[in-house]
Design a protein around this ligand. Structure first.
Ligand SMILES: *[C@@H]1O[C@H](CO)[C@@H](O)[C@H](O)[C@H]1NC(C)=O
Ligand SMILES: *[C@@H]1O[C@H](CO)[C@@H](O)[C@H](O)[C@H]1NC(C)=O
Ligand SMILES: *[C@@H]1O[C@H](CO)[C@@H](O)[C@H](O)[C@H]1NC(C)=O
Ligand SMILES: *[C@@H]1O[C@H](CO)[C@@H](O)[C@H](O)[C@H]1NC(C)=O
Ligand SMILES: *[C@@H]1O[C@H](CO)[C@@H](O)[C@H](O)[C@H]1NC(C)=O
Ligand SMILES: *[C@@H]1O[C@H](CO)[C@@H](O)[C@H](O)[C@H]1NC(C)=O
Length: 301
């Protein structure tokens, strides 16, 4: 058994990058009711990847205006306003965060109809497995069509129901067709050596009015453990569903450090998060921004 494992890990370190996996894909078009208040079309899918030394996923979505009644008589049942020709970025999340970011984007192509379209997906990530970091863009295309039962619709893609209400419904990949595998072509660019690497520190922390989250650590760039010289984080992405604080610091490439978050209350009092210090090593090159920790850290009360 041991021999087999060694062989497998040897093989995987020299193998090409793995396919992107589209685990869900849906499109939706409301009926564009006569008064026109629900005129949009949307496409959404989840793409997963194990490239770039971690698993990562993107929730990819776009909405656009559909056929207003001005178009209803033109014999086109689906939106004519499809955004084509450029990559739309997906919301990305990354488990077991490695030392660099991983981003997804997608692009729609003409000809587009509700049950028949092509979508290109690309993933951009950094690969350090060969020693010197390189930026990889891996991309591939799938053609999605309802004619081979790989994609089912509650809607007839050609249907025009009336001059004022057009085709409406949803399409999705049936369970027995999931997931779609997207095979890749890749381009790689060497990441240049850096002196400073922008490093972000996202952390989820539930706070109340007047409280703020700060960061310090054992290097001067992070204030040498002094709350007075700590880095304030920002709550501009803090929402009802996500208690996110975040900030970015330029750090010397290759440096190892320890850090911790603390909460400052309205009166200026400091409450440290518990437990051992966090540790991180800054990459030695600049291919995008780095994120410290394993995805957003969470404030350890
Ligand atoms: C893809 O990633 C999402 C979010 O991280 C996860 O919920 C889902 O199980 C993953 N799917 C596959 C096929 O790995
Ligand atoms: C599906 O799309 C392709 C091009 O992507 C087009 O040639 C074909 O006519 C379309 N089929 C239908 C039924 O609309
Ligand atoms: C994967 O990432 C970890 C953490 O950054 C690193 O220690 C390890 O060397 C990386 N492995 C490869 C094969 O790049
Ligand atoms: C597939 O699309 C055709 C028109 O292009 C339509 O007549 C048919 O109902 C659709 N089938 C399914 C299963 O969605
Ligand atoms: C934190 O901020 C940086 C810089 O704006 C950004 O790239 C990163 O995506 C943010 N992290 C999260 C989890 O939003
Ligand atoms: C900071 O902590 C890291 C990790 O423990 C250590 O390698 C490094 O020497 C420390 N730096 C300083 C300036 O104490």
């Amino acid at each position: 058994m041991k021999t087999t494992y060694t062989l497998l890990s040897l093989l995987s370190s020299v193998s090409a990058y793995s396919d992107l996996v589209v685990s869900s894909l849906t499109t939706h078009q409301p009926n564009g009711s006569p008064s026109g208040q629900v005129n949009y079309y949307s496409i959404a899918f989840t793409v997963n990847s194990t490239n770039g030394n971690s698993s990562s996923s993107g929730y990819c979505h776009a909405s656009w205006g559909d056929n207003y009644c001005a178009f209803c008589n033109t014999g086109v049942a689906y939106s004519v306003n499809v955004p084509t020709g450029s990559y739309i970025s997906c919301d990305s999340s990354r488990a077991n965060l490695g030392d660099q970011t991983s981003e997804f984007g997608f692009q729609l192509h003409p000809y587009f109809s509700i049950g028949n379209f092509s979508v290109s997906v690309q993933q951009s990530f950094t690969d350090s497995s060969s020693g010197s970091a390189q930026q990889v863009i891996a991309s591939g295309m799938i053609h999605v069509t309802n004619t081979t039962a790989q994609y089912t619709c509650t809607i007839n893609p050609q249907e025009i129901t009336s001059a004022t209400v057009h085709a409406s419904g949803d399409c999705s990949i049936p369970p027995n067709q999931r997931p779609y595998q997207i095979s890749l072509t890749t381009t790689t660019t060497a990441c240049p050596p850096a002196s400073t690497v922008q490093t972000s520190f996202p952390v989820t922390a539930s706070t109340t009015q007047g409280q703020s989250i700060h960061l310090t650590g054992n290097i001067s760039e992070l204030g040498n453990w002094s709350p007075a010289n700590a880095i304030p984080l920002y709550a501009d992405q803090y929402t009802g569903s996500q208690d996110l604080w975040n900030g970015t610091v330029g750090l010397p490439a290759g440096i190892a450090f320890e850090y911790k978050y603390f909460l400052r209350d309205a009166e200026g009092g400091v409450r440290w998060e518990c437990c051992e210090n966090r540790r991180f090593v800054v990459s030695g090159s600049t291919c995008g921004m780095q994120t410290a920790g394993n995805g957003p850290d969470y404030f350890r009360d």
